[in-house]
Design a protein around this ligand. Structure first.
Ligand SMILES: Nc1nc2c(c(=O)[nH]1)N[C@H]1C(S)=C(S)[C@@H](COP(=O)(O)O)O[C@H]1N2
Ligand SMILES: [Mo]
Length: 333
């Protein structure tokens, strides 16, 4: 059998990819001065011409263009969109990395409601359209590292969780934020069948300390690569906490509750000796069953061309270090 090993310079696969189109459009709009809210309308002439490529028109789940403020350029290579939307963890739709893309395409994300309540002065309910209109959408190119030692670099679109929390006005007794994913066994096969859903006690729940939630890096994401989120990535709204392992970035959120004490979190409930509350990316603290010192950065090409790189403390986001001063991060993992 002949195994073809690609050299770095080789041109392979389809020459024009989704992310090429995305980057070209972003470049074009920047050159034309069309940046910021209002610029990226699907029916503007520039966008229409580019949309002729129809990057995901043939899929059952339709994403749509978003208006947002483009972020700064990334020094790192972006993970191709095709991989961002086909290699996922979303146990509600199955435990294999390919399951969510396969099983989530009929997932209904509109209408949608997110309830924000608990220890707040002004509880709030956001509807589907509010997710895209009530806050200033920005692009953030973040690394996301899974506890399973692979990572991606993704151009997320979203708004700071802080801007939402400021609107509901947390009471001084609020110390933590608890998040909950939709519970809908009719739509989510993993919630109907524990063999499909990996034995998780649904709904999926997560939590942050209030100061972590208020950090300006913490994003509520509603899109990626210029468009609304595909269901497998947590449509219509999911958390992205780039200095923590991927499992903290809870998907398809329906409830955000301000609470007084540390809330339960799904992976900690399932395997407390393997997953703590903090889950900060830390190359010095191994998972009990494998090392966390290195990671596989998912880029173009197959498994052979994926680079292995050193994992950085806090996934390289050093600006969060002050949140953990005085804590023993080996004990509070
Ligand atoms: N509701 C829910 N959220 C979830 C998960 C899940 O199974 N269910 N998996 C988590 C894990 S382990 C990871 S690594 C990230 C993956 O996000 P991505 O598929 O968008 O890359 O989602 C996180 N959020
Ligand atoms: Mo993960």
């Amino acid at each position: 059998m002949l195994i073809k090993i690609a050299r770095p310079g080789d041109c392979r696969e389809n020459e024009v990819t989704d992310e090429d189109i995305f980057l070209n459009r972003r470049q074009l709009l920047k050159q034309m001065g069309f940046v910021g809210a209002g610029a990226l309308l699907a029916n503007s002439p520039g966008a229409a011409a580019i949309n002729l490529f129809g990057d995901d028109n043939e899929k059952r789940f339709q994403t749509r263009d978003l208006e947002y403020t483009p972020g700064s350029e990334s020094a790192e290579v972006l993970t191709p969109k095709a991989k961002v939307i086909s290699h996922n963890n979303f146990y509600e739709f199955g435990t294999d990395k390919r399951d969510p893309k396969e099983n989530a395409q009929e997932f209904k994300v509109n209408p949608w409601q997110v309830r924000i309540d608990g220890l707040v002065e002004e509880p709030m309910t956001l509807g589907y359209d509010d997710l895209f209109t009530r806050f200033e959408l920005q692009e953030r190119i973040y690394r996301l590292r899974c506890v399973e030692a692979w990572s991606m670099v993704i151009p997320w679109i979203g708004f700071e969780l802080k801007s939402l929390l400021q609107q509901v006005k947390p009471l001084s007794s609020a110390k933590y934020v608890a998040f909950e994913t939709l519970y809908d066994p009719e739509q989510m096969p993993g919630q109907r069948n524990p063999f499909v859903g990996g034995g998780i006690d649904y709904p999926y729940v997560e939590g942050l300390r209030l100061d972590e939630a208020m950090h300006s890096l913490t994003l509520l994401s509603v899109g990626l690569y210029g468009k609304t989120l595909p269901p497998q990535n947590g449509a219509p709204i999911r958390l992205v906490v780039p200095w923590k392992y991927g499992f903290k970035s809870i998907k398809s959120i329906v409830r955000i509750r301000l609470v007084e004490s540390s809330p339960p979190t799904t992976w900690n409930l399932l395997a407390p000796n393997e997953y703590g509350f903090y889950a900060n990316v830390n190359p010095q603290v191994d998972h009990p069953r494998w090392s966390q010192a290195r990671e596989r950065r998912i880029t173009k090409g197959g498994l052979l061309s994926n680079n292995r790189i050193d994992t950085q403390l806090f996934n390289g986001y050093d600006e969060v270090a002050s949140l953990y001063q005085g804590m023993d991060l080996r004990r509070q993992y």
